[in-house]
Ligand binder design. Structure first.
Ligand SMILES: Cc1ncc(C[n+]2csc(CCOP(=O)(O)OP(=O)(O)O)c2C)c(N)n1
Ligand SMILES: [Mg+2]
Length: 408
């Protein structure tokens, strides 16, 4: 239990501030240190921070980098105890979900492609924490964790992977085709989520629903022409859109250094503002997304580059060690892991106790065990469902060349 009273400026007691340990930059962008560019500490008002009774104010260890912006996201951020519990639970659950997916794949219960999100969890949890109920999101094929974050149950995700009727797409979508409320998936074609996201943002603008659309794409996808076309259209039409480049340093078997002439993805929108963010820090991602949502609504599109790292290969069929070293992966795991980092922060700031972290972990493990069991045992969709869900209406038996099937 902790309570702090008074104005934000007086709360910024040095005891509450975290400072970064200055790591030497190596190949992956997660190793970078950043010169200070952000706003002064007293830029955020208590109202804006929406403080509860129990909270800490944390000073983000790594600064943001700004492109075409005079001021950036708040670096002094408040976190309530209830939020800390939830973020830790979500970070762990997304990690455990992917471990379960990996196990099921190795048991050959998941067929086809399977792209895991391990290492990038803070991106999803931080963005989700900042999103409002009318904001929308679309991402690529690395989608399992995102489906969970957008309201699909662990059973719905794992059941979809194993082709069960209990899966979130009825067992017919598989690894890359998961959807939810305000969640547009799940797309297998590299980069195509960006124009689709621009369409979603255009719809929000047209309907004046007050929402913004976040379109997530990788550093590899960032080199596609369609992404630049969307930058242009979004700027021209002032779309309420956030382009989120999850820079995990690698495409499919290639490092970003070899594939891109400009690896500063946050600067690649030309006239469009952009922000570089430490994507391993859930609170930095939350702060940047809150800033970007306001910007997208009031001014128009903006780019967030989330500097992150994926532990696994590109997909389950890629060992992920032919284009990077095991030592590099190990180093990021040990020094920049988003879950360990957030857990350590909670302990250091006395937001949560070791027992509380342990309890959250046990609950998350239990949830995943139950979901995994269901994903192994739930029934498959019946044969009669083979031609349903192709069109939005019900056309079974009415289309030429389609014959009624065998009922289950
Ligand atoms: C249009 C298209 N081209 C190529 C592929 C094959 N492909 C799948 S993922 C990928 C690399 C994408 O890398 P990145 O955008 O960095 O995302 P990450 O896998 O790192 O999350 C490629 C080339 C594809 N699916 N679609
Ligand atoms: Mg990548």
């Amino acid at each position: 239990m902790f309570k702090v009273a008074g104005k934000i400026s007086s709360r910024l007691d040095s005891r509450l501030l975290l400072r970064c340990s200055s790591a030497q930059p190596l190949a992956p962008c997660v190793e970078e240190t950043v010169e200070s560019q952000s706003q002064p500490l007293n830029n955020a008002s208590p109202q804006e921070l929406n403080l509860g009774d129990e909270y800490r104010v944390v000073y983000l260890p790594k600064d943001f980098k700004l492109h075409r912006l005079n001021a950036g996201p708040a670096r002094a951020v408040a976190i309530m105890k209830s939020q800390a519990r939830e973020y830790y639970r979500q970070l762990l659950t997304v990690r455990l979900l992917e471990s379960a997916a990996s196990r099921l794949y190795k048991e050959q219960l998941v067929r086809g492609f399977c792209h895991l999100y391990m290492g990038q969890e803070a991106c999803a949890v931080g963005i989700r924490a900042a999103m409002r109920s009318n904001d929308k999101l679309i991402t690529g094929y690395r989608v399992h964790g995102w489906a969970y974050m957008m309201g699909v149950s662990a059973r719905g995700v794992l059941g979809e992977l194993t082709g069960r009727r209990s899966g979130c797409s009825g067992g017919k979508g598989g690894s890359m085709h998961m959807y939810g409320r305000n969640f547009y998936g799940g797309t297998g074609i590299v980069g195509d989520q960006v124009p689709l996201g621009a369409g979603v943002a255009l719809t929000s603008k047209y309907l004046q629903d007050g929402g913004v659309c976040l379109a997530l794409y990788g550093d590899g996808a960032a080199n596609q022409g369609q992404v630049f076309e969307c930058f242009n259209m979004a700027l021209l039409w002032k779309l309420p859109m956030i382009f989120v480049c999850e820079n995990n340093n690698y495409g499919m078997g290639t490092s970003s250094q070899r594939a891109a002439a400009n690896v500063n993805y946050y600067t690649r929108g030309d006239l469009m503002p952009g922000i570089w963010v430490n994507g391993q820090d859930v609170l930095a991602v939350r702060s940047a997304t809150e800033f970007a949502i306001k910007h997208a609504q009031q001014e128009g599109p903006i780019i967030l580059e989330l500097c992150t790292y994926r532990y696994g290969g590109h997909s389950m069929s890629d060992p992920g060690t032919s284009y990077r070293t095991r030592e590099e992966i190990q180093k990021v795991r040990q020094q920049h892991d988003p879950i360990q980092g957030f857990g350590a922060l909670c302990l250091e700031q006395q937001i949560l106790t070791a027992d509380e972290l342990q309890e959250i972990s046990q609950m998350a493990r239990l949830e995943m065990e139950v979901a995994t069991r269901a994903a192994r045992k739930d029934g498959e969709p019946p044969l009669s469902h083979l031609w349903s869900d192709v069109y939005s209406g019900v056309y079974e038996g009415k289309l030429s060349g389609v014959h009624p099937g065998i009922e289950a």
